[in-house]
Write a protein that binds this ligand. Sequence first.
Ligand code: ACO
Length: 325
Amino acid sequence: MSIRRAVALGSGSYLPERILTNDELSKTVDTTDEWIFARTGIKQRHIAADGEWTSDLATKAAERALDMAKISATEIDLIIVATATPDQTFPSTATRVQHNLGTTQGFAFDVQAVCSGFVYALSVATQFIETGKVTNALVIGAETFSRILDWTDRTTCVLFGDGAGAVVLQGQDGNGTKADRGILSTELRSDGTHNELLYVDGGPSTTGTAGCLRMRGKEVFRHAVSNLATIGEEALVSAGATSDDVDWVVPHQANHRIIEATARKVGIPMEQVILTVSDHGNTSAASIPLALDSGVCDGRITPGNLLLLEAMGGGFTWGAATLRW
Ligand code: ACO
């Protein structure tokens, strides 16, 4: 049976030039490179320059994805930017990216699911493509978390960084089997009970300010491992696949220990996990497309590979997708 699939044509990513190492951070907050690396696997993160906005990062990642996909911005019907750090409260960062790319074709909007944002956006774009409403979609995860960190709070400021990643999706016909290229399944969940474990203490309707990120790390860690393993398995079942079919796991890059514990639970060896957390830190919605693009560009991810994408973030929100590259 022929069915419409959202097939990935290309990926792209962008990291701001400025690198902030653990050693440099340890000069401004009471921490050490040893503590950060042992607890998280992070060695450094990238920080956006003054005047460099989330839309700037997103646009550069999008341009690279369009280059790889060999299609022009004017052929894109839908742009979704997953971000929790938009340029402005409104309009959406996606409409600015659309403008930066020099197109007025189709429509553009943001998705806000914090660290799960890219998987949410991928799922939304897939629905539009599978119904035939959209042919070509650009899905971007982009963040400037450095702007919502309390740089005096060592329990949070050491964990996050800035960056962007993008994927171009195109509607193509498949056979409806797990051998098809494209997105084979997406699973999304949320549970608002745990707002106080991970949140930003500001916003337009509460304080009128952007606020700073607050987190109870230990509790978040515990929820992350159990939710990620479960949703990953559910996405595999929806695709008619098992962990043995997976070539690469492309996880949200929050913490090396979360990634390791989740991979163990799902039964996939760490040799098949794309890791970028040491170089980027946690870039929230950007972290999956950044990791994906690094695996594609260094030749580990090749056409036909089955990928398992999984993420969890504030809300809580969590989600997973299977994608045959
Ligand atoms: N440097 C040195 N010491 C620190 C630092 C730091 N940067 N941060 C905290 N400490 C201290 C604490 O004060 C505490 O000291 P105490 O024992 O004297 O009170 C000690 O280190 C242990 O702190 P814990 O919070 O218990 O450390 P833990 O092993 O839980 O690691 C961490 C903390 C890394 C935040 C971990 O809980 C974690 O990664 N949680 C997941 C959070 C996350 O990744 N969130 C991102 C968004 S959600 C997501 O993406 C999945």
